[in-house]
Design a protein around this ligand. Structure first.
Ligand code: F6R
Length: 609
């Protein structure tokens, strides 16, 4: 989704902003732009200089003139919502006098109404964007200070925003505001940064302040202050970002997807670290804010997430039911929030999100909180909106995930759910012996992940074998079904091969009609109590001349090929069985020449509806 980066200090701003934009490229975008305050004598108005370009940041860079000096500026990568990708629609947007420049993430819902009103007042619009409306509102505001002008303009706006504003008459500051779209301040030594994502800041400072919804900030070179959109001062204490700038580099891999798949053994090690309590065969999750008595009172658990995080939540729900015997299910947050859900006081809600900023998940959490529910977050990005909105929760410690397609974060999220399930189970009816069995299984995971990854050449060979498929079926039963769903999502989003996921038990109720040699099936076949049932499903497919690639704990005779994965405890098998299929999707996409880290039409963090 759109990205914002801004700087005020003593350094030459354009290269800094362009580098920041490059760090945000992973989020997905279609155009980019930059505006800086030109040199001006102190106390005299500066001039704003702007360059914009449809396409990649390097296109923008090539358009930036040699003389583009300044020490204050804001920049943007745009993901089209109102108006097609074009130079005109790219941000920043300026008013007719070139005094005000605005970059904006989010969507202004009443933009067309405001546009009509402004047009009637004689404003000429240069773009089709909702953001330009905000620019003109700020330019026309009567207030004396930039802060008040922005506040006055925002009062007319309905919708979501993360905005940064420059004004030629107030060239010693950048004013920013947040409502539903992330804004993070980076605090430096006599310099300040702002961005929509810490990825753009960590190369320069790890001291950050994350704005809350309804909060604004004024950044000057040696100072910042935060306040509400109503004007009352807020206290903002900088926190330190854990992730190093190097974690955002490719580290010798050709793509972030490959790098992130390869990091999973270490990532899982990290989510387990310091949490296992061998004495009581349980785990400690410090931030849950749920004591044992409260945990015993939970009658049901509802997990909410989107896309891959929703799939991780499905596995999480099964783990909770199996280990803690609490009825649990997962639902797409995007659906949940629109169906006026019954919010039950004895239900514990769990919001799951890699970015912690996905709008549908955040909106579901806010609706739940409004209705008095208790919500936990299972989130990767520390200090993100969902993490802060939740009553408690756990971080999944996957490290930064840059590829649009989620891999290591999925695995770590499922492990985090295993920890939550074990914790709840040991408070309730899970025996010490079973607790120990699960802990031993969790400890085996990093080594088993390395074993799976060591089989990459074979998986690559199999990917080449199936890359001619126009469409693929993914099947699994109970524990295997969410694995099949996630694997099918991975393949389709990165290779663009159509893929369907079905419970193996449902095959004969319809999808079997699709089976023929040109429609291969990937079958998830764990060595558990459903092994024979899964074999029967494969038999049905073979009888219709379907090709089968099995992911199993032993070679499957009915399958044309088997990827053998190491066996863990039955409950934990789903954590491992998806990993070879991440590599399968990766190598299929690679063989097809796809833009692996930035699949078409997708963005990393979906901060709009
Ligand atoms: C798929 C993928 C998406 C995200 C979804 C939710 O590979 O990454 O489906 O999982 O957009 O994002 P988060 O987890 O950030 O809430």
């Amino acid at each position: 989704m759109c990205g914002i980066v801004g700087y005020i200090g003593k350094r030459d701003v354009a290269p800094l902003l362009l580098e920041g934009l490059q760090r945000l490229e992973y989020r997905g975008y279609d155009s980019a732009g930059i505006v800086i305050t030109g040199k001006a004598a102190a106390g005299r108005p500066g001039t704003l200089k702007m360059v914009k370009a449809k396409g990649r940041v390097r296109e923008l860079e090539s358009r930036v003139p040699k003389r583009f000096a300044g020490t204050t500026g804001i920049a943007h990568t745009r993901w089209a919502t109102h108006g097609a990708p074009s130079d005109e629609n790219a941000h920043p947007h300026m008013d007719a006098e070139n005094k005000v420049a605005v970059v904006h993430n989010g969507i202004i819902d009443n933009a067309s109404e405001l546009r009509t009103r402004l047009t009637a007042d004689g404003v000429v619009f240069l773009s089709e964007t909702d953001t330009e409306v905000l620019t003109h509102l700020i330019a026309r505001a009567q207030a004396d200070t930039l802060e008040e002008k922005v506040r006055e303009a925002l009062r007319h706006v309905e919708g979501t925003y993360g905005v940064a504003v420059l004004h030629a008459d107030f060239n010693d500051r950048i004013v920013v505001a947040r409502n539903g779209s992330p804004v993070v301040l980076g605090i430096g030594e006599k310099e300040m940064f702002v961005a929509s994502d810490v990825a753009a800041l960590v190369a320069h400072t790890r001291q950050v302040v994350t704005l809350d919804d309804g909060e604004m900030a004024t950044l000057k070179a040696d100072d910042f202050r935060t306040y509400t959109t109503e004007g009352s001062t807020t206290t903002a204490t900088p926190t330190t970002v854990e992730w190093e700038a190097e974690s955002y580099d490719m580290g010798g891999h050709d793509t972030y997807m490959h790098k992130e798949i390869s990091e999973q053994a270490d990532a899982v090690d990290r989510v387990l670290r310091g949490r296992i309590d061998d004495r009581f065969s349980t785990v400690h999750l410090g931030g849950l804010n749920l004591d044992a008595r409260e945990a015993r009172g939970v009658r049901r658990i509802k997990i909410l997430g989107c896309g891959t995080s929703y799939h991780a939540g499905q596995i999480g729900a099964q783990l909770i039911e199996e280990l803690a015997r609490i009825p649990a299910d997962a639902e797409p947050a995007s659906e949940f929030r629109y169906r006026n859900p019954v919010v039950d006081p004895d239900t514990l809600y769990v919001a799951v999100s890699q970015s912690g900023e996905t709008y549908d998940v955040l909106a579901a959490v806010q609706e739940l909180k409004r209705k008095g529910a208790r919500v936990l977050g299972v989130v990767n990005v520390v200090g993100s909106a969902i993490a802060r909105e939740a009553d408690g929760g756990t971080y999944v410690h996957a490290g930064p995930e840059v590829c649009v397609v989620s891999t290591k974060c999925f695995t770590n999220t499922v492990v985090a759910f295993a920890l939550l399930a074990l914790h709840l189970g040991r408070i309730r009816d899970l025996s010490v012996a079973d607790g120990k069995r699960i802990i031993d299984g969790l400890r085996r995971l990093p080594e088993q992940i390395s074993e799976i990854l060591a089989n990459e050449d074979e998986i690559k060979r199999l990917a080449a074998e199936y890359a001619d498929a126009k469409s693929m079926m993914f099947i699994g039963r109970v524990r295997g079904y969410p694995v099949a769903r996630e694997a099918s999502l991975k393949l389709k989003e990165v290779s663009y091969i159509h893929a369907e996921a079905y419970p193996a038990s449902e095959l004969k109720h319809g999808p079997l009609a699709l089976i023929e040699p040109a429609m291969p099936t990937v079958a998830i076949v764990p060595d558990d109590d459903l092994l024979e049932k899964n074999r029967a499903a494969m038999e049905e497919i073979k009888a219709r001349s379907g090709r089968i690639l099995a992911v199993a704990h032993q070679v499957q005779e009915k399958a044309d090929h088997t990827i053998v994965v190491p066996k863990n405890e039955n409950e934990l098998d789903p954590i491992l069985m998806g990993i070879p299929l991440q590599l399968f999707a990766y190598h299929t996409a690679l063989a097809m020449g796809r833009d692996i880290d930035k699949p078409r039409n997708l963005a990393k963090s979906v901060t709009v509806e």
